[in-house]
Design a protein around this ligand. Structure first.
Ligand SMILES: [Zn+2]
Length: 366
């Protein structure tokens, strides 16, 4: 089975849609109200962290403009759309399918079909801005004042709150960002300051790892992730101390060792001793003393010495389509990929101490 590494950047932000009212119809001073709409739109676009994520629409039109570059064409576009009616229909029918994220409608007068769209999906994520003197939703929607840019920015604010990485039949076996957790064959990061990470998955052929981003308003977006090359090279591999090296060699040669605590012989499957005089069993390898019971030590003979590194994740690849997963009990349980059903399944077996790996190294379980 193939091991594929993918990368995801930090929060890419959720798109926002600005819907402008270009209508020259009353009430009041239409020209002044229209200027207010345009000024407000340009200030908002300027304040957005990423203009590329914004789209600009006009009431009564089904056509969207990119937020980037809108400023240069703004005057002309306002003029071209000035004959349109103040209706949500054409915009909302397209927002529903094509543009997720927050919607801000900047209106200079009453919108005539507000009531028709109150139960449509975009309504929940829409705020209205009163740019003229008249109410724009007849009390049906949230209306903000065009005067407070901060308030309008807050209405568009929609931070990323969770990222889930995975795919059908995929198993995460390594990742760089400690904030992510393994949950049911997926990686999940919630309320992280930084969501960026590289992650390695074992995947069946034809599968693409995806990221599902969930935003504060509950909206979700799915992204296909591109492979980013092989796994990062192993970090330093320190040499085992003399006592640990002798104990490891003895375990591999004779499946047991003379215990450094009680001087009796113990089985290689048990790397602790109850006779150390303390309440808790004492771990007999120096590398295990301060190790959390989460990941795995990988040890191998290199350059004439036993070297080790720590794999700080609950999932470890131990075979072509076999992984060990440290579940709620803390004991690593073997999971095998069922090719017929294209899913991972526990086989009821546990990973033992000194399991031999394909790279001729061995696993030591803290
Ligand atoms: Zn002992």
């Amino acid at each position: 089975m193939e091991e594929v590494w993918v990368s995801i950047g930090g929060s890419q932000g959720m798109p926002v849609a600005l819907v402008l009212d270009a209508s020259m119809a009353g009430p009041g001073d239409a020209k002044k109200a229209r200027e207010s709409v345009l000024r407000c739109a340009l200030r908002l676009l300027e304040a957005l962290p990423d203009k590329a994520l914004a789209s600009v629409w006009f009431l009564g039109s089904r056509t969207a403009q990119a937020g980037q570059g809108f400023q240069a064409a703004a005057g002309r576009l306002m003029q071209e759309n000035e004959g349109r009616a103040r209706v949500l229909g054409p915009v909302f029918s397209r927002l529903e399918e094509e543009a997720p994220g927050r919607v801000l409608v900047l209106a200079a007068g009453p919108i005539v079909d507000v009531a028709d769209w109150r139960s449509s999906p975009p309504w929940e994520r829409t705020s209205f801005v009163r740019c003229g003197t008249a109410a724009v939703t007849a009390g049906l929607g949230t209306e903000l004042s065009a005067d407070s840019l901060d308030c309008l920015r807050t209405a568009l604010d929609n931070p990323l709150v969770e990222v889930r990485l995975g795919a059908e039949g995929a198993m995460p076996v390594g990742w760089e960002n400690d904030g992510y957790r393994y949950v049911d064959f997926m990686l999940r990061g919630t309320n992280l300051g930084d969501f960026a990470t590289r992650a390695g998955f074992m995947i069946p052929p034809g599968v693409t790892v995806q990221a599902v981003e969930r935003y504060a308003d509950g909206s979700e977006r799915t992204l296909d992730l591109e492979p980013c090359g092989p796994a990062p090279a192993a970090t330093q591999e320190p040499v085992l101390c003399e006592g640990d090296a002798a104990l490891v060699s003895s375990c591999l040669a004779s499946q047991g060792y003379e215990c450094p605590v009680c001087r009796q012989r113990h089985d290689a499957s048990k790397l602790s001793c109850e006779k150390g005089g303390s309440l808790l069993p004492r771990r007999v390898l120096a590398i295990l003393e301060a190790a959390p019971r989460e990941g795995y030590f990988l040890i191998r003979m290199a350059g004439g010495a036993w070297r080790y590194r720590y794999h700080p994740r609950p999932v470890l690849r131990v075979g072509d389509d076999v992984v060990a997963v440290r579940g709620p009990s803390g004991m690593p349980e073997l999971h095998v990929f069922d090719r017929a059903r294209r899913r991972w399944q526990g086989n009821g077996l546990r990973l033992g101490q000194f399991h031999r790996l394909a790279d001729s190294g061995y696993v030591v379980i803290p």
